[in-house]
Design a protein around this ligand. Sequence first.
Ligand code: GLY
Ligand code: MN
Ligand code: MN
Length: 446
Amino acid sequence: MRIAALLLAVPGQLLAQTMNAPPAPIDRLPGAGRAVAVEAHAARREALMDRIGKGVILVRAASLRDGEREVLQDNDFRQDDYYFYLTGIEAPNSWLVLTADGPDHETTLYLPERDPAGERWTGKKLGPGQDAVSLTGIKDVRALEVDSFANVVKQIIVESPGPVYANWVSEGAIVGLDGDRTGLLNVIPIIDSMRVVKDSAELIALRRAIMITAEAQRAAMAAARVEMYEYQLEATIEYTFRNLGADRVGFPSIVGSGPNSTILHYDVNRRQIQDGDLVVMDIGAEYGQYTADVTRTIPINGRFSDRQKAIYNLVLGTQQAAIESVRPGLTLRDVSQVARRYMSEHSGNLCGSEGCNKYFIHGLSHWLGMRVHDVGAYSMPLEPGMVFTVEPGIYIPEENLGVRIEDDILVTEDGYQILSDGAPRTIEDIEELMQSGDRPKTDGGG
Ligand code: GLY
Ligand code: MN
Ligand code: MN
C-alpha cells in the first residue's frame, strides 16, 4: 500500500517504472545491465563532441575487480562513471571512441568478443553484434582486439582533426594505451561540468534511488527498539535497499547512536543503543549507478526528550530556511549563508552564548549523482536539473547528542523540489511512525 502511494506521488515518467516492474532485460541482453535510455545518452555524446569542436575522445570502461587481491564488498564490477554517462552499459573492458570534426560526429563502440569459458565464472557479457547495437543505439560496434586496438588508437591519434582527450588518469597524469604519456588531454573536467545538470533519464534513476532510501528510513524507524545494535538497524536499511532493487549502497551506511551520533562519518555500527539515545542514520541506496544521500535522526525509544526536541527543531528550521531559499541563479555558498544566518539567529541559549553554529562543523551541501559527493564546481550558479543535498547538523560530544537532517533537492525552473520527502522529517511524523510500529511493505523487485 505504502509503495503504491509513493508511486502515485511521483511524476508520470516514473509511473511506468513501478517498484514491481518485471526484472530489467538483463537476460535478453546478456551482461550489459539494464535497458539504456538511448536518446539521452546519444544527446550527451553529441553535446560533448560539440563542446570539444574538433578532436577525439577515448573513453575506457572499468575492468572486473580481482577478488583475489581486493576485498570486494558487493559486485566484482561497477562501471566507470564517465563511460556509463556516455553509454549506459555495464560492459567491462570496452571502449567508446568519439570523433568530432566540426558538425561531423562519429561514435564507435569497441566490445571484447564473448568468452564462453570465462563466462562460466563471470556470467554473460555483452559482445559485439546486433544486441549491442539495439541496446545502445550506437550503430558502429566493433570487436575489440586489444593489440590491434592499440594500433587503431595510434592511427586515430595521428589522424585526429584536433586534440585527443581521455577519461582516465594515472598517478596524476593522463597515460596512453601503452602506458606512455602521449599528450592526451583530460576530458574529465568537461564531462564533470555536464554531469552537474541532470537530464530526465538521470533523474529517473536518482529518484528511484532516493525513493528506495526513503523507504529504508521508514523501515528503520519502524524497527527501532531500545537495546538493539546499530548493525541491526543497518541490516533493516540494507535489506530494504536490496529488497527494493537497489544495486548496492552508494556509501557505507552510517548508523551512529549516542556518542557515535556526534561522529560525522561513523560507519562501524557496532554499538548497543541505549534508552534515551538519538540515532543518526545517514544512508543512500545506489540504483542504476546513481546514489541517494538521506539522513534522519531518531530517538531510539520513540520519543524525543525536551532537549533533543529543541536541538532537532533548530536543525530542522535551519534546513527548511535553506531549502526554501533555493532557486536558479544562487550558488551553494548563498544557500549555506542562509542556513548559517538562521542557526545563528535562532540558537537562543541552546548552545551557550556563542550559538550553535560552532557545533555545525561541516558544510551544508554537496552535489549528488553517480557519486555521493558528486562532481562539479561548487561555485556554479544553480540551474534547473541540478541536484544537491541540504544537511545541517549540530554535534555536541559532551552531551553525546548529534542531530543531522539531510535531504536531496532538485533545482526547478522556479525553485526546488525535495526528492527525499518520502522519509518523515518532523518530530511529529517521526514519533508517529515509531509509535505505530507500522512497518512499511518492503517486497518488490526490479
Ligand atoms: N553521506 C555522506 C554525506 O552526507 O556527506
Ligand atoms: Mn551528504
Ligand atoms: Mn549523507
